[in-house]
Design a binder for this molecule. Sequence first.
Ligand code: SAM
Length: 362
Amino acid sequence: MIDLFAGCGGMTSGFAAAGGYRQAMAVEWDLHAAATYAANFGEDHIRWSDIAAVPDDAIPEVDVIVGGPPCQGFSNLGSKDVDDPRNSLWREYLRFVRRARPAVFVIENVDRFLASTEFALLQAETEGYELSYGILLAADFGVPQRRRRTIVIGSRIGRIPLPTPTHARERWHTVGDVLRGLPEQPLTTSLPGSVVEFFGRELPGPFKSPELHIGRNPTPMSLERYRHIPPGGGRFDLPVELLPRCWREKKTGTTDVMGRMRWDQPSLTIRTEFYKPEKGRYLHPQWEPGEDGHRVDRPITHLEAARLQSFPDDFEWCGSKISVARQIGNAVPPGLARAIAEHLKVYLAGAAAGAHGCRLCG
Ligand SMILES: C[S@@+](CC[C@H](N)C(=O)[O-])C[C@H]1O[C@@H](n2cnc3c(N)ncnc32)[C@H](O)[C@@H]1O
């Protein structure tokens, strides 16, 4: 398989866990993310490079291509400019598809992708492939997070439907399932000082997920704000005197900011700045009312975010605190990727068996 825009390798992690796939190539231009990928899956096949700089003759023939072209051009939170150069990166993705001729390709993107002009063009330019697409909810596949993502499956071995949910709502994994038992107060605010070399460069790492249980130093004002917010609550629970001016003037919308998680539900989407409570529902779920109530007044740590994204604790991370957070928030949850990988395996095996006339050999 080839993983394009591979990031830290969330997608590859799921495919590796499913078994039966061999990584032939990955492409990622961010040094820290590429190093994380290399630390976990090997430096031999990852190219730390702009995808546009990979020559055609370097692209191997493979069975599967996966990848998430960057989505800020489509995202509700980013610009909606259809001329955003990031939108045209899907053309690079298609160049790989044309060259590698995979049996199957998978595109992951934000939910708005399906409504974009680029998606319409993509449909017009994937001749020979039958497309299935829709929005999958990570929680439906055992990930303790309500992350909605567009998944497109292109196949030239017959149409492959999207995978069906493995976890009904009453079996969703929750924040409590992955955060309970972790120390409530992180002992440090920085990553260990270790340094590693990848691609001839020295950079911070590798860090095991438990080393990512790092806290912050909130101001007394921030702590006072966190104190007022119960599970499921957010900025609307703050007394007027604690509201920053921008929120005082903006009486509707951005309901999740300064939000607190609930123990018994999946989290909302973990984005790249989960360590800033003013950006989403990222406060630790432990909260009891009253002066003596047992509260954990802090945003989630990098370890907690990685677990909510379903990364295994033995995953290794490289880069600065900000970079590792970006890698975590950008990733396809390995649990969702694994479900997709296991689903595809059935069709790939069927096609392989069919190719020499025996469906039992797959
Ligand atoms: C949404 S993230 C992909 C996450 C990844 N699929 C995962 O599961 O971890 C998109 C990645 O594309 C990378 N990227 C953006 N433009 C690129 C380019 N021109 N060439 C190579 N990588 C690029 C970004 O650095 C980012 O890591």
